[in-house]
Design a protein around this ligand. Structure first.
Ligand SMILES: NC(=O)c1ccc[n+]([C@@H]2O[C@H](COP(=O)([O-])OP(=O)(O)OC[C@H]3O[C@@H](n4cnc5c(N)ncnc54)[C@H](OP(=O)(O)O)[C@@H]3O)[C@@H](O)[C@H]2O)c1
Length: 272
C-alpha cells in the first residue's frame, strides 16, 4: 500500500516509533523507511530490538535505542541519542503499550498501575520530553498516538480503556496547547489488528477474536499496514490542517459488534 504515497514523502524526516520492534510499530517503521525517512525505534527488549533494527535497515537508515517509556531518565537518554545521531526529530509515534485481559473486579492495584503507567503516563512522558527537546525549539513537530477502540468502553480490559481514553483526551489538550509551536497532535484507534500483540492472548480469547472478525461489518481484521497507512497520512502534509483528532481504523468496530464479547469469554473461562 505504501506505493500509493509519493516515494520520497518523508525524505530526510527523522521519525521516532516507540515499540517499533514488533507488530504495528514494525509496520509503521517499515512504511516510513520505504517512504524515505530516517528512523529511530525503541523498546525494552534489547536483543529483539536489535534484530528488528537489522531487518528494518534493509529498507533505509534505522537506528535503535533501548528505552522503557515509563522511565524518564531513559527517555532523556533516548533524546540525547536522537540529537547525536540526527540533530533533530520531526515526528513521534507513540505506539508502545500493552495490557492484559481481566474482569475489572479482579484487576489488582499493581496491575492497574502497570497498565496506566505504560499506556497513559509513558505516552505523556515521551511526548513532553520530545516536545521540549525538539519540537518546541524547532517550532515544528508531529505526534501520533496509537490508542485503541475505546468508543463504547473496553469491557474486559477496563485499565487499558481508561488509559487510552486518557490519551485520547491528552491528544486534544496537547494539540491546542502546542499549536502555537507548529506541533500537530493526533491519535489513531486501531480495531482488532492481526499482529504479534494479538497472538499473546490465551486460546479462548483468540476464539473470541475470530467471532469478532465474523461480526466486523467489513468482514475482516485490520492489518498492521492499515494502521501504517493512517499513520503516514497524519505524519504527512496531506493532513496539515488536522490536529486534535482521533481516527478509528477498525472497519466500524467502534460502532457495531458485541462490545461485551471479551468479558463474557473471560467469565466463562473462569467458570470452566
Ligand atoms: N493489535 C491490536 O489489535 C491492537 C488494537 C488496539 C491497540 N493496540 C495497541 O497498539 C500498540 C502496538 O500493538 P501490537 O499489536 O503491535 O503489540 P506488540 O507487538 O505487543 O507491540 C508492543 C510494542 O511495545 C513495546 N513496549 C511495550 N511496553 C513498552 C515500554 N514500557 N517501553 C518501551 N516499549 C514498550 C514492545 O517492545 P518491548 O517488549 O521490547 O518493550 C513492543 O514492541 C500497542 O500499544 C497495543 O496495545 C493493538
Amino acid at each position: 500500500m505504501s506505493q500509493y504515497y509519493q516515494k520520497d514523502l518523508f525524505k530526510d524526516k527523522v521519525i521516532l516509533v516507540t515499540g517499533g520492534r514488533s507488530g504495528i510499530g514494525y509496520a509503521i517503521a517499515m512504511q516510513f523507511l520505504r517512504l524515505g525517512a530516517k528512523l529511530m525505534i525503541c523498546s525494552r527488549k534489547e536483543q529483539a530490538l536489535e534484530i528488528a533494527r537489522q531487518e528494518l535497515a534493509d529498507y533505509g537508515p534505522c537506528h535503535s535505542f533501548p528505552c522503557d517509556i515509563r522511565n524518564t531518565d531513559q527517555i532523556a537518554a533516548l533524546g540525547n541519542e536522537i540529537q547525536q545521531s540526527f540533530g533533530r526529530l520531526d515526528i513521534l509515534v507513540n505506539n508502545a503499550g500493552g495490557q492484559f485481559p481481566a474482569p475489572a473486579e479482579l484487576i489488582s492495584e499493581k496491575g492497574w498501575a502497570a497498565v496506566i503507567n505504560n499506556n497513559l503516563n509513558g505516552t505523556f512522558y515521551m511526548s513532553q520530553a520530545m516536545a521540549k527537546q525538539f519540537f518546541i525549539p524547532q517550532e515544528s513537530g508531529n505526534i501520533i498516538n496509537i490508542i485503541a477502540n475505546v468508543h463504547r468502553g473496553f469491557p474486559g480490559m477496563a485499565h487499558t480503556g481508561a488509559a487510552r481514553a486518557g490519551v485520547d483526551n491528552l491528544t486534544k489538550s496537547l494539540a491546542q496547547e502546542w499549536a502555537q509551536y507548529g506541533i500537530r497532535v493526533n491519535a489513531i484507534a486501531p480495531g482488532t489488528i492481526e499482529s504479534s500483540g494479538l497472538y499473546q492472548y490465551p486460546e479462548a480469547i483468540q476464539q473470541r477474536f475470530e467471532e469478532a472478525k465474523r461480526e466486523n461489518l467489513l468482514g475482516r481484521f485490520g492489518t498492521t499496514e492499515d494502521i501504517a497507512n493512517a499513520v503516514s497520512f497524519f505524519a504527512s502534509p496531506l493532513s496539515s490542517y488536522i490536529s486534535g483528532t482521533t481516527l478509528y481504523v477498525d472497519g466500524c468496530e467502534h460502532l457495531a459488534g458485541d462490545r461485551n464479547g471479551l468479558i463474557k469469554t473471560l467469565r466463562s473461562m473462569m467458570q470452566s
